[in-house]
Design a protein around this ligand. Structure first.
Ligand code: SAM
Length: 212
């Protein structure tokens, strides 16, 4: 079955979770992976779907055994295991990624996120970002795409976790057009704070309104 039809079926079964009716295009995949090289080391991908970004990672020379794919949908996870047999495929919630026995702290150079974070509650976004940065080394970066005009991780969440975002580019050759943001640690911020500030303690005022 063609990927677009398979993807559409997954969307029909779980529209909010799938967050798109079709896989991302190649131009967006190239942009998402444009700063990644084999020297990046381990790459974690959250919400890989049919593996469009994973394929682009391979095209950039990242060895499959250096890629960890975290996908909640079991149908996508089975497909990913077939397509990328040497990659580590974890069928689990991205919000629990740092609790997985398969994950080690500071072990990754980059996290790519295909998650639809705009449709997620703030507490879940905080948990995903905390978990991802626990896995990322000190200079590691988190890449997130969006169809919207701003970084989809709100300023409130970024400030709360001591993170900052920068738009690295956009493409009209995607349906819909999309932009990619690089999220990194603010260098002066104490990293333990990022790890230990629990999502539950984040008051709505502290996190501010979302960027939507
Ligand atoms: C917008 S699609 C992106 C798919 C792919 N990265 C692409 O760009 O074509 C979002 C993906 O995230 C997955 N997903 C949604 N919530 C998730 C979660 N909490 N943990 C892991 N994966 C999740 C969905 O199953 C889907 O594969």
């Amino acid at each position: 079955m063609k990927d677009s039809l398979f993807f559409l079926r997954q969307w029909a079964m779980a529209p909010l979770r799938t967050a798109a009716v079709a896989p991302s295009g190649r131009a967006l995949a190239r942009l998402m992976t444009s700063e990644i090289t084999p020297a990046t080391g381990r790459v974690i991908e959250l919400g890989p779907g049919t593996g469009v970004f994973t394929n682009a990672l391979r095209n950039r020379g990242v060895a499959e055994h250096n890629i960890t794919l975290v996908e909640l949908n079991p149908h996508f996870a089975i497909l990913l295991k077939q397509r990328f047999p040497a990659a580590r495929v974890l069928q689990m919630n991205a919000a629990d990624v740092s609790e997985s026995v398969d994950m080690q702290e500071d072990s990754a150079g980059a996290v790519l996120s295909g998650l639809g974070v705009l449709s997620m509650p703030t507490g879940v976004v905080v948990k995903i970002m905390q978990g991802a940065f626990r896995c990322l080394g000190p200079t590691g970066a988190f890449y997130q795409f969006t169809y919207g005009p701003r970084c989809p991780v709100s300023d409130g969440v970024l400030n709360f976790l001591g993170l900052r975002s920068e738009r690295i580019g956009g493409t009209f050759f995607n349906l819909p057009p999309a932009a990619v943001y690089r999220i990194t640690r603010v260098p002066s911020w104490p990293n333990e704070a990022l790890y230990h500030r629990a999502a539950n303690n984040a008051s709505q005022r502290e996190l501010g309104a979302s960027n939507r």
